[in-house]
Design a protein around this ligand. Structure first.
Ligand code: ATP
Ligand code: MG
Length: 307
């Protein structure tokens, strides 16, 4: 299968280009989300892509949009269908199939609803420095990769414009941005979603160490809706449960492998990096493994539409 890092759809107007995904306007109420095979790390997009990544990310999000409402009753999501809009010409369906999803277009709350279950990454660094996580004081004596003793933490950040870095903010600051009316609901929903997904994933051999959700507002119903990509290796830290151990860093099913390689090679933050075949192959394998564990489906079957 071809690795698709850039493409253009002439039949639909483009709304936005992200580091990995592109958004097209289908009609007033509907967007087409298309996931490319691009991969970014430390906010830089690599020159070459990861085979099947776009399809795996898109189909994993779709899986969660299907499963989460059964785990969190009353949950509303922006998911509409994996089918392509009728105006897409046959010549482009081969490229777009599996990597695209139609979603309801909504007003997006401009915060990232990050939930952390385990102390790792920047939270571990902050804790070692100051005994706090996201400025919240923590009990002393926590060890790296340990679950937070008081339960999962809600650590929101701003949603920065392209090219800018997201900034950590307190729940109070988040409330100023989204309004107090919605802030508490968003926090509760983010924690409920994380907790349900954590259970679900653990039964399938994956620890979700942390993740990021985005929410939109259905203005007519005045309801909060889960949007964007959900619980993918790009928006979460996934650890293999059978290799988990407290007091050290974890192996992961996400971009950590690529990040580590970039650091080791002195390429962190550098532009125009071409990943060698070995790095592409190993990264692709991690995305495939996460997908198969979480969905219980075989990647090749799904990608070639055999099931
Ligand atoms: P990046 O993820 O590359 O840092 P980004 O988040 O701006 O940048 P993408 O994730 O590729 O780019 O694009 C998705 C964009 O679409 C996000 O800005 C997200 O908030 C927005 N979005 C997600 N769901 C919806 C929706 N249902 N309606 C409108 N916009 C949405
Ligand atoms: Mg994004």
């Amino acid at each position: 299968m071809d690795v698709i890092t850039s493409f253009s759809i002439d039949s639909l107007p483009k709304v936005a280009t992200g580091k990995v995904r592109e958004l097209y306007n289908v009609d007033d109420k509907t967007l087409l989300f298309v996931a490319s095979d691009r991969i970014s790390a430390y906010d830089v997009i690599m020159e070459n892509g990861i085979p099947a990544k776009g399809a795996l990310l898109n189909l994993l999000s779709a899986h969660w949009f299907h499963v989460l409402p059964t785990l969190v009753p009353g949950l509303r999501t922006h998911f509409l269908t994996l089918s392509l809009p009728s105006m897409i010409p046959d010549s482009q369906t081969v490229i777009l199939r599996n990597r695209s999803m139609q979603v309801r277009r909504l007003k997006i709350f401009p915060i990232e609803a990050i939930v952390r279950g385990y102390i790792t990454g920047s939270a571990w660094k902050e804790y070692q420095r100051s005994g706090t996580v996201h400025t919240i004081p923590m009990v002393p004596g926590l060890r790296e990769s340990e679950p937070f003793p008081g339960g999962a933490l809600y650590t929101p950040s701003t949603k920065a414009e392209a090219g800018q870095n997201d900034e950590n903010i307190s729940p109070a600051e988040a409330a100023k941005i989204v309004g107090t009316k919605y802030a508490e609901k968003i926090e509760k929903l983010a924690i409920a979603l994380y907790s349900a997904a954590r259970e679900y994933a653990k039964e399938r051999g994956i620890i979700i160490a942390d993740t990021k959700f985005e929410f939109g507002l259905d203005e007519e119903a005045d309801e909060i809706v889960l949007v964007d990509e959900v619980l993918t290796p790009d928006s979460s830290r996934f650890w293999p449960a059978d290799k988990y151990g407290i007091g050290r860093e974890q192996e992961s099913f996400d971009k950590q492998y690529l990040r580590d390689w970039l650091v080791k090679e002195g390429l962190k933050g550098k532009q125009s990096v071409v990943m060698p075949d070995e790095v592409v192959k190993n990264t692709a394998e991690k995305y495939r493994e996460a997908f198969e564990k979480l969905t219980g489906k075989n990647c090749d079957d799904v990608i070639h539409n055999r099931i």
